[in-house]
Design a protein around this ligand. Structure first.
Ligand SMILES: *Cc1c(COP(=O)(O)O)cnc(C)c1O
Length: 381
């Protein structure tokens, strides 16, 4: 069986450094809000290119805390509207409703699966306070039109960078493009911890201070509470592990790119729609340090489409190839959002009915890719 993602093998490839990092924390006797978190926050803010990084418990909390801070700062209030892609993982939308803000869903572009920049302006009104973009599947979703709208309507631009650690937009990393960004270090993400983890990055000093306090019971001085906060902290062991894994992130992402390129060049089946290939030509070298090049897609997922997706998945499974659907049910069709179940987002729905994610990670062998490709090329529905 070719596994969709062999996390054990991936993490083994970082040994003995992960064990040494864990041992360092054990030996220190310090488990929360210590040197490891501080060191990781500094490294990650440098990597992303922002002034601040605040480690938090997970990616959903990172997004929730950004909005909660905007509410504390008086920039947003209950009932205000946040533009968000209809085609995303539900966590993006949960972060908005959890703060009693109103998500305003926008259809994706069918080629990129990311929010369609040209369908945003018609949804903006006097209640709109922000746009939360999602770099879905690892591909940057930034666009000059989004920047134009943010400036024209004075909106907060928040990035959901959970799937795109290391990705670029021009010479900037995603996570540094807007006013604030949420990051996830869930084990299966491109930069994955050995448990939950997340971070907020921003250049805004006040926002950073408020988030740091909100994530620690609303307190910046022990036993004095300025806000009704929550407990959402990155722990020392995860921070130590993430320092090890961050060092290799660009190289691992380049590996994902090579595999994506191989899939795109060799999968030839007129019923299968491949991801857009904008990265494969015009590779943009990044001079001045050891970056390989600035990828605008870090291939968190390699997503194909087929109009009889479930049959194709079963066929691949019978051939020993594990695939996953990201995602089978759109947020507006979930029981959690019953009030939206009758809404219609045809492109989002089509995407959810047709997408299938093939195995992709930096350890997958070329023979395995060849086997997957051969099976796809000989498949007839
Ligand atoms: C994973 C993910 C999140 C949530 O991150 P967690 O660390 O699992 O809470 C949010 N948004 C997107 C797009 C994700 O893929």
């Amino acid at each position: 069986m070719i596994k969709f993602l062999d996390l054990k093998a991936i993490n083994d490839s970082f040994e003995p450094d992960l064990s040494l990092a864990i041992k360092r924390v054990l030996d220190s006797g310090w488990y929360l809000l210590g040197n490891e978190v501080e060191a990781f926050e500094l490294e990650y803010s440098k990597f992303i290119g922002t002034k601040h990084c605040i480690g938090v418990a997970n990616g959903l909390d990172a997004l929730r805390l950004i909005l909660k801070a905007y509410i504390e700062m008086g920039i947003m209030k209950e009932g205000d509207e946040i533009i968000v892609p209809a085609n995303t993982y539900i966590a993006t939308i949960l972060a908005i409703t959890d703060n009693r803000l109103k998500p305003v869903l926008v259809e994706p572009n069918i080629n990129t699966y990311n929010i369609d920049p040209f369908k945003i302006e018609e949804k903006i009104n006097e209640h709109t306070k922000g746009i939360m973009i999602v770099h879905l599947y690892g591909q940057n979703s930034m666009h000059s039109e989004i920047q134009r709208l943010v400036t024209k309507y004075n909106l907060q631009l928040i990035e959901d960078n959970a799937q795109s650690s290391g990705c670029f937009y021009g010479s900037q990393r995603t996570g540094a493009l807007g006013h604030a960004a949420g990051h996830s270090f869930y084990p299966g993400k491109n930069l994955g911890a050995l448990g939950d983890g997340g971070a907020v990055t921003t250049n805004n000093d006040e926002l950073a201070n408020v988030i740091r306090s909100l994530a620690n019971y609303g307190s910046s001085k022990k036993y004095f509470n300025d806000y009704q906060g929550i407990n959402s902290r990155l722990d020392e062991i995860q921070a130590a592990i993430l320092q090890v894994k961050l060092k290799r992130l660009d190289i691992d992402n380049q590996h994902r790119y090579e595999i994506a390129k191989y899939y795109c060049k060799n999968i030839i089946n007129s019923d299968i729609i491949l991801p857009v290939q904008k990265d494969f030509f015009n590779v943009d070298f990044f001079s001045g340090n050891n970056r390989v090049f600035n990828q605008s897609h870090v291939w968190h997922l390699f997503v194909i489409r087929h109009n009889q997706r479930d049959k194709l998945q079963k066929y691949l499974n019978d051939k020993g190839i594990q695939t996953i659907i990201h995602y089978p049910v759109p947020s507006h069709k979930q029981l959690a959002y019953k009030e939206w179940n009758k809404l219609s987002f045809p492109i989002t729905e089509k995407t959810h009915n047709e997408v299938l994610s093939l195995p992709i990670n930096h350890l997958i062998k070329i023979e395995d890719c060849k086997m997957i490709i051969n099976n796809l090329n000989t498949y007839n529905k």
